[in-house]
Design a protein around this ligand. Structure first.
Ligand code: MG
Length: 260
């Protein structure tokens, strides 16, 4: 099933919904608890899709594909490298990635994102999928120069608009061998299968939940394959995962300079 957040024409309140064929139905209740699907009668072209979830926290895994670690001269990690992206980085499909003026090199990182559905604390890998609600497409936008310059990833990964996700959460998805691609102005830049992850999803969930409790609605970015490259104002970034869908985001300069 495909779950969305959306705004209907002429109404400003964001709603939770589901998609049936090309129609949208509203959802009453709590997506991670009791909910009821209402009839899908709204043509999808009559709604604007928003980021499908506003996560409580976003935990990201770095260097999780061998080829990506190699292109940055990194050793194959012995355990997952994790970092946090603030929830204020979230945007949906169609929304613009804004390039911060303080960076000279912003790059795309196409990634499979996990949406947690049930509270997870110290779970074993065998039970990890019990805690997964579904999956979405993400792009871990990165100010590469700042990431490399700073002691932590917080600034390089943390600018507003640096986490496009969507277009929906897919619950019927098999994550073991799905093709992840990223195109910039239709030119293919990244293409790999999720089977090439160094740490597969059960290991990632077990590791992160041994450190911090994962709550319903939290999101995990599972790392990017090789081929990350700079993006510029005027580019259009298409991030796609086989079996989920495609996320499309234009890139823009900020409207005004920031005074520091
Ligand atoms: Mg990443």
């Amino acid at each position: 099933m495909k779950f969305i957040r959306f705004i209907q024409e002429n109404r400003s309140e964001p709603k939770i919904g589901w998609i049936y064929n090309d129609f949208v139905g509203e959802i009453e209740g709590n997506l991670f608890g009791e909910y009821r699907r209402l009839e899908a009668t709204i043509p999808i072209e009559n709604v604007r899709l928003l980021a499908p979830i506003l996560p409580g926290k976003i935990v990201a895994v770095g260097w999780n594909y061998i080829d990506h670690a190699k292109e940055f001269d990194r050793a194959i990690p012995e355990y997952p490298t994790i970092f946090l992206k603030p929830p204020s980085t979230i945007i949906g499909t169609g929304e613009a990635i804004v390039l911060p003026e303080v960076s000279e090199r912003v790059e795309h990182e196409a990634e499979l994102a996990i949406v947690i559905g049930k509270r997870a604390k110290s779970v074993i890998p065998e039970n990890a999928f019990f805690h997964v609600f579904g999956y979405t497409v993400a792009n871990d936008i990165t100010a590469r120069d700042l990431q490399m310059k700073d002691e932590t990833f917080t600034r390089g990964k943390g600018f507003d608009t640096f986490c496009p996700i969507g277009p929906w959460i897919e619950t019927d998805f098999e994550p073991a061998d799905a093709v992840v691609t990223c195109r910039v102005n239709t030119e293919l830049r990244q293409m790999a299968s999720t089977r090439d992850m160094i740490f597969p999803i059960p290991a990632i969930i077990a590791y992160i939940s041994s450190i911090m409790t994962l709550m319903p609605g939290d999101m995990i970015l599972t790392g990017t394959p090789a081929g990350t490259s700079p993006i510029y104002a005027g580019n259009v970034i298409e991030t796609q995962i086989e079996g989920i869908g495609q996320l499309v985001n234009p890139v823009t300069k900020p409207n005004r300079s920031v005074p520091y």
